[in-house]
Design a protein around this ligand. Structure first.
Ligand code: GAL
Length: 393
C-alpha cells in the first residue's frame, strides 16, 4: 500500500514537473511559444547568443548560427555560435562552431569583426559551408570581405578557407556595355550624394572602381535553390547596391555570374525565401545599429529582374521594423506558406543583450506582410496563412 502511494506520488510529481516546465515562461529550458524581443534562454539558462544569425535544417533538427556578442564590444571575441532545436522554441547550446584565432596573422584573430554568418549543406561534397561578413582587426569596415569556412560536422569546428572581395575581374550580368566602358571615375566627384554622383552610382561607378580588386561584400545571406544551386547575396558598392552572385557546385567559389539589385537603393540585411516558385527578399535601409523601415522585393527568377514593393510591416512601429533589422527568413518544415521572419533588435551599448524578433510571415494578395505579436506559436500558420491565396506570380 505504502509503495503504491509512493509510486503514485512520484508519478504525480513527475507529471507536475513536466507540466510546469512546458507551461512556465520563466524556465530556461523549455518554451512552447515565441515572445519576440524578450530574453530567450538556452538549455543552460543563458540568453541565446547568436546575433545576425541564420538557420539550417538538417536531418530533423534546426541549427541556428550567429554572432557571439559580449557586454561591451561588437567585435568578435569568441566566434560563431551554434544552437540546435527540434521545435524552434527550445534551443540547446552546441558551443562555438567557428572560434576566433589567437594568431595575430589570422584574418579571424580575436578582435576582428565577424557578422551575419550563414551555413548551407553541400550534398555532393558532404561538407557544411559557412559564409560570413569579415572585417579585419583595427580597420573599421573598410575591408568589406566575405569569408568562407568549412566543417565536416554541422556543429563544427569550421575552418576558415579564404576571405576577400567578390568576383574580381567580372562584370555583373545586368550592366550594359556602355556602363562597363564609361570613362566616369569616382575621383571625378569631389562631393558624394549629389544627383550627378547618384546617377553615376546607378550606372556602376563603384563596380568599375572595384572591378580589379573585387566587389565589396558586407551584410549578407546565402540561399540554396530547389535545383541545389547556391547564391551569395550581399551589400556591395559601399552598401549602395545589393549583389546576388551564383556559387560553384561545391559552394566554395563564385561562377562569375552575378547581378546588381536596386542600384543606389541602399539595402542592407538581406533575407530571402522562395514560395510557389517566386522569390521574396526583405531588406533594411542603412542606418547602422538603428532600425529603419524594411523593404520588400520580389522576383520570378533569382537573377532578376527584382521589383521593389512598399514596406511589408504594418501597425505600431512598422516604420522601424518593430525596432529590429532583418537577418533571415526561415521556412518551417512540413508546413505550407509557413515562414518565420528573423530579425535583430541590436543593443550596441550592451551587445550581448541584443534581442531576437521572430515574427510569422503572413500573406496578403500574394505579398508578405509582417505585424507585431507579443506571443505566438507555429499553429498561427494553420489559422492564418491556410486561407491566404498562394503568392501570385
Ligand atoms: C548594420 C549592419 C550590421 C552591422 C552594423 C554596424 O547596418 O546590418 O550587421 O554591420 O551596421 O554598424
Amino acid at each position: 500500500m505504502k509503495l503504491k502511494i509512493c509510486i503514485l506520488w512520484v508519478v504525480a510529481f513527475g507529471i507536475s514537473i513536466g507540466y510546469n516546465k512546458l507551461q512556465s515562461r520563466d524556465t530556461p529550458n523549455r518554451y512552447a511559444f515565441f515572445t519576440p524581443a524578450e530574453i530567450w534562454k538556452d538549455d543552460l539558462g543563458n540568453h541565446i547568443n547568436a546575433h545576425g544569425g541564420g538557420i539550417l535544417y538538417h536531418e530533423g533538427k534546426y541549427y541556428w548560427f550567429g554572432e557571439h556578442k559580449s557586454e561591451r564590444s561588437n567585435a568578435a571575441l569568441v566566434g560563431v555560435t551554434c544552437y540546435s532545436s527540434s521545435d524552434l522554441y527550445t534551443w540547446e547550446n552546441e558551443g562555438i562552431a567557428l572560434p576566433v584565432s589567437d594568431d595575430p596573422e589570422s584574418p579571424i584573430v580575436k578582435g576582428s569583426t565577424i557578422e551575419r554568418p550563414k551555413v548551407i549543406y553541400n550534398a555532393k561534397t558532404g561538407k557544411f559551408v559557412m559564409y560570413f561578413h569579415l572585417e579585419l582587426q583595427g580597420k573599421g569596415y573598410e575591408a568589406a570581405h566575405v569569408a568562407v569556412a568549412v566543417g565536416d560536422r554541422i556543429t563544427g569546428p569550421y575552418k576558415l578557407v579564404k576571405n576577400g572581395r567578390v568576383n574580381a575581374g567580372k562584370w555583373p550580368m545586368n550592366m550594359t556595355e556602355e556602363q562597363r566602358d564609361s570613362p566616369v571615375k569616382s575621383t571625378d566627384f569631389e562631393k558624394w550624394w549629389t544627383p550627378q554622383w547618384m546617377a553615376a552610382i546607378k550606372d556602376g561607378l563603384f563596380v568599375r572602381r572595384d572591378f580589379e580588386g573585387g566587389q565589396m561584400s558586407r551584410d549578407m545571406t546565402l540561399f540554396v535553390d530547389d535545383d541545389n544551386k547556391a547564391y551569395h547575396i550581399y551589400s556591395s558598392e559601399d552598401n549602395l547596391t545589393l549583389h546576388i552572385a551564383e556559387l560553384k557546385d561545391d559552394y566554395l567559389d563564385y561562377t562569375g555570374r552575378y547581378i546588381r539589385v536596386e542600384p543606389g537603393g541602399h539595402n542592407e540585411a538581406p533575407a530571402i525565401f522562395k514560395n510557389e516558385g517566386r522569390y521574396f527578399m526583405i531588406t533594411s535601409g542603412c542606418t547602422g545599429w538603428d532600425p529603419n523601415a524594411a523593404r520588400l522585393l520580389t522576383a520570378g527568377h533569382i537573377m532578376g529582374p527584382w521589383t521593389l514593393h512598399p514596406n511589408p510591416c504594418r501597425g505600431d512601429d512598422a516604420e522601424l521594423t518593430f525596432h529590429s533589422q532583418s537577418t533571415f527568413i526561415l521556412p518551417v518544415q512540413g508546413k505550407r506558406n509557413a515562414f518565420i521572419f528573423m530579425a535583430d533588435r541590436w543593443r550596441p551599448q550592451n551587445p550581448i543583450d541584443g534581442r531576437y524578433v521572430w515574427l510569422p510571415v503572413l500573406f496578403e494578395n500574394g505579398l508578405p506582410l509582417l505585424t507585431w505579436f507579443d506571443k505566438w506559436d507555429l499553429s498561427i500558420f494553420e489559422q492564418i496563412n491556410a486561407d491566404f491565396p498562394s503568392p501570385g506570380r
